[in-house]
Ligand binder design. Structure first.
Ligand SMILES: *Cc1c(COP(=O)(O)O)cnc(C)c1O
Length: 236
């Protein structure tokens, strides 16, 4: 068995255990394999092992890999999620090549993605990134400004708002680790209560997936635990 197949199995087991411990159905947690900086061969190995959803952070690298795989393996139906910071000059390529974007944090970027989504593709699935730890350096909409952004994005014709995403500040103490995830869950539930039809809470990475699942993550984004160390230093 290849290392990636092996790691993937270990991660699936972790997801499953964490879900069971939280009295949740393991199938309510989706695994997104974060393949940034990893070669196409690594993605294909994961795909052979049944992993079909992949997350990428860098538009140029991602589009190159997506096109290569579509060309050489038209039989593979992979789902591509953009999870990195978005500059406005990258929105067209993202709108044309991805199925999901998790990192929308401004109305202007959302508007461009909606305008640029090709007519012959289904609406682009969107999660709004929330700066839940309140870090100055982090991307994400501030929780106080989330309601306005939700309202704006949910009215955009070529987008489908699916939920929220966060990258909380890393914590070594497991109890502290749960706080921002719990705060995200509260925001998510409040929006649903207001009447928005949301189904995706994207949170949890290799080091904190258990805490995220405990607090209600529906998608965990896992890179190093599946693929090993990244091939060049990636931004978080
Ligand atoms: C790189 C990255 C991940 C995966 O991180 P790991 O610690 O390698 O699991 C998840 N989400 C985002 C937004 C990332 O940039």
């Amino acid at each position: 068995m290849s290392a990636i197949t092996d790691h993937l199995q270990t991660v699936r087991t972790r997801v499953c255990r964490a879900a069971q411990q939280a009295h949740r159905d393991p199938s309510s947690v989706n695994l997104l394999a974060v393949s940034k900086t990893q070669p196409v061969s690594a993605i294909l190995e994961a795909a052979e092992a049944g992993q079909l959803a992949f997350g990428e952070n860098y538009e140029q690298e991602a589009v190159r890999k997506i096109m290569e795989i579509r060309q050489n393996r038209p039989d593979l139906k992979l789902e591509w999620h953009f999870i990195g910071p978005i500059q406005s000059n990258k929105t067209r390529a993202i709108a044309e090549h991805f199925d999901w974007v998790h990192s929308v944090d401004r109305e202007r970027i959302a508007r461009r993605l909606s305008d640029q989504r090709p007519e012959d593709m289904p609406p682009l699935n969107i999660c709004l990134q929330v700066n839940i730890s309140g870090e100055d350096s982090k991307s994400g909409v501030r929780p106080e400004e989330l309601a306005d952004l939700v309202k704006a994005v949910s009215g955009m014709p070529r987008l489908k708002l699916r939920g929220l995403m966060a990258i909380p500040e890393p914590q070594s103490d497991p109890e502290k680790q749960r706080q921002p995830f719990s705060a995200m869950k509260t925001l998510f539930e409040e929006l649903k209560h207001t009447g928005y039809d949301l189904d995706t809470l994207s949170m949890g990475m290799s080091d904190d997936m258990e805490a995220a699942i405990q607090e209600g993550a529906t998608t965990v984004r896992i890179g190093t635990a599946i693929f090993g160390q990244r091939h060049y230093p990636g931004k978080r």
